[in-house]
Write a protein that binds this ligand. Structure first.
Ligand code: PLP
Length: 282
């Protein structure tokens, strides 16, 4: 099941081609995106997703997005969805046709089913490999043109890291800095739990500020847990009470194995955290 909607409110046929062969998103990955989770017809964290879309657009010098039009396109997808109870709605925004100074941005919202593998991982947990990203912790400040912190369409590196994980017998990746600090997953935010306090690295280390991480922190605070945004040495992961990867479609996924070594059992902690997170949307 797929539903395609454009920003003028019209629907498209997701099986038909719409993107021009000279589109900058296709030729150079020059564009931005968001993936919004919709459950039972209700989008989760839509405001923060749209805010991040606007922030990414500004970082790429793209025209300011019309957030009301984007919201309308998401609603069109929801209204026309006939699939299962959860939808992953991708918001895709490319600069347009290459070499055309008057190029209009090319934008759409595409509703898709959530991968079974992702759903299974929510229940069963995942094995993760630590991969050095080759950057120091001050890279975002020293080299803003790397666009760290923008959600760009250039995900070839992120996908290569996931293939490397597979070669190492793992399901996913946690990137680290050259000095051994935790960054993020290729498509997720890292959350570490110790003594009923949640930790996540600050976006200033050159990672995407996660909408799910923020929601999970809100949920944890509501049930009396502590939350801290601070540097996390990768060496401390293996002794934490729990290590989790958070993102819109995977929600909160438990890491059970790190670099081939089984982590302390965080099943009960995971259940508590998921209950608090789901309660936000009850
Ligand atoms: N970090 C990266 C690099 C991502 O691609 C994503 C989501 O795809 C996230 C973090 C998590 O963001 P969110 O929770 O807003 O989905």
């Amino acid at each position: 099941m797929r539903v395609l909607a454009f920003l003028d409110g019209s629907l498209g046929d997701p099986a038909q081609p719409y993107v021009r062969v000279d589109n900058t998103g296709v030729l150079r990955g020059d564009g931005i995106f968001e993936t919004v989770l919709v459950v039972d017809g209700k989008p989760r964290e839509l405001g923060p997703h749209l805010d991040r879309l606007a922030r990414s657009a500004a970082m790429l010098d793209l025209p300011e997005p019309d957030l009301a039009a984007w919201e309308g396109a998401v609603q069109q997808v929801i209204d026309n969805w006939r699939g299962s109870s959860e939808i992953a709605v991708k918001l895709v925004y490319t600069r347009g046709s290459e070499g055309d100074p008057d190029a209009e941005p090319f934008c759409y919202a595409l509703g898709m089913e959530i991968d079974e593998k992702i759903k299974k991982a929510r229940d069963e947990g995942i094995a993760v490999a630590l991969l050095n990203r080759g950057y120091g912790p001050d890279i975002a400040e020293r080299a803003p043109w790397l666009l760290l912190g923008a959600k760009t369409l250039s995900y070839a590196v992120n996908l290569a890291a996931l293939r490397e994980a597979e070669r190492r017998g793992a399901d996913d990746v946690i990137f680290t800095t050259t000095d051994g600090s935790v960054l993020e997953g290729p498509t997720s935010t890292v959350i570490v739990v110790r003594d009923h306090t949640l930790y996540t690295p600050p976006p200033t280390v050159g990672i995407l500020p996660g909408t799910t991480q923020r929601a999970v922190f809100r949920a944890a605070e509501a049930v009396g847990w502590g939350v801290k945004v601070e540097n996390i040495p990768a060496a401390e992961l293996s002794s934490a009470d729990g290590v989790f990867l958070a993102s819109s479609v995977r929600k909160v996924t438990r890491v059970h194995t790190l670099d081939g070594i089984r982590l302390p059992d965080s099943t009960a902690l995971h259940r508590e955290l998921c209950e608090a997170y789901e309660a936000l949307y009850a």
